[in-house]
Design a protein around this ligand. Structure first.
Ligand SMILES: Nc1ncnc2c1ncn2[C@@H]1O[C@H](COP(=O)(O)OP(=O)(O)O)[C@@H](O)[C@H]1O
Ligand SMILES: [Mg+2]
Length: 294
């Protein structure tokens, strides 16, 4: 029996009255935001939760390209929500993954940054609150900038997940998030906390991952620091329009995301009907998780 076979039997449940909201950020493109958004959504959905992905970055391998909305074009998008032309409920579409829905975006989304429609800062928070019965978890895939879209997502979130490719250069992108997050906390959302930092291996040199992991653990002592190994399978999955769970269930990347989801669950106000057994999943001796306390 494959080691991963146990995971779909896991059952999670929500303990809070409102859905948890997590935003995945990094100022840089190519740092693993979309991959992490889609993988986490797929993991929590496999555990029985209803998850909505909001696509804030329609460029390249976007969440909308990866999980196309199961409805006829032209469909409403996140831009229409920002422009006040529809509600988030109306813009939410089913995907090919059970229990995962998406608020899609097209390359027109850039208009939000140009037009800055009144109320942009709070529109997402308000819209999610008005449609809270639909989902158990909101996952926001932020664009690689600190513009109006990212601010709206930070204002609507209770938890931030920072992703970064593990190279020294990419650490700059993480440091640049500190000030914008402080401002959002001061002015829009005092409850915002950093749930975790996800290190996506730029290659298989785990030495680098280890040293960066230790530094991040010191910088974010209250956050989960988690490593995801490198695999070309992760690069192939978007083109197949499948989550890694379906495309490469045995991949160490898939295992690393199961682990990340399990570690994040308490932070997101989730509890277990059937809990995952974290110790049973050891993947090819890779150091796939850096404990927050180590
Ligand atoms: N664990 C991984 N191993 C190898 N490639 C990955 C991994 N995670 C993501 N990638 C690839 O890196 C690129 C950037 O990832 P993506 O999630 O699109 O980043 P972002 O949303 O921050 O721009 C994509 O081509 C993606 O397929
Ligand atoms: Mg992206």
């Amino acid at each position: 029996m494959a080691e991963t076979d146990q995971w779909p039997l896991v059952r999670a449940r929500r303990t809070r009255s409102t859905p948890a909201r997590v935003v995945i950020v990094n100022r840089k493109g190519g740092s693993g935001k979309t991959t992490t958004a889609v993988q986490l959504a797929a993991c929590f959905a496999a555990w029985g939760l209803r998850v909505r992905i909001t696509d804030g970055d329609p460029q390249l391998a976007s969440a909308t390209y990866w999980l196309p909305p199961q409805r006829q074009a032209p469909f409403p998008t996140l831009l229409d929500v920002f422009m006040g032309e529809c509600t988030i409920a109306e813009a939410t579409a089913a995907t090919t993954i059970d229990r995962v829905s998406i608020v899609p975006s097209l390359d027109t989304l850039g208009r939000v940054e140009l037009d800055r429609p009144a109320g942009s800062d709070t529109v997402l928070a308000t819209e999610y609150a008005a449609d809270a019965d639909r989902v158990d978890l909101e996952v926001m895939d932020a664009p690689p900038s600190m513009g109006a879209l990212t601010v709206a997502m930070l204002a609507a979130a209770d938890e931030v997940l920072i992703t970064q490719k593990t190279s020294t250069l990419d650490r700059v992108g993480v440091a640049e998030l500190t000030r914008p997050m402080q401002l959002v906390r001061q002015r829009l959302n005092s409850d915002l906390t950093v749930a975790g930092v996800v290190m996506i291996a730029a290659n298989n040199r785990t030495m680098i991952t280890d040293s960066i992991g230790k530094r991040l653990t010191m910088e974010y002592p209250d956050s989960i620091v988690h490593a995801v190994p490198h695999s070309v399978r992760a690069e192939e999955a978007p083109g197949e329009h499948l989550s890694m769970i379906d495309y490469a269930p045995e991949s160490p990347v898939t295992a690393a995301y199961w682990h990340l989801a399990a570690r994040l669950a308490p932070r997101l106000g989730l509890d277990w009907d059937v809990a995952p057994d974290l110790d049973r999943l050891v993947v090819r001796q890779q150091p796939i998780a850096v404990a927050a306390t180590s």
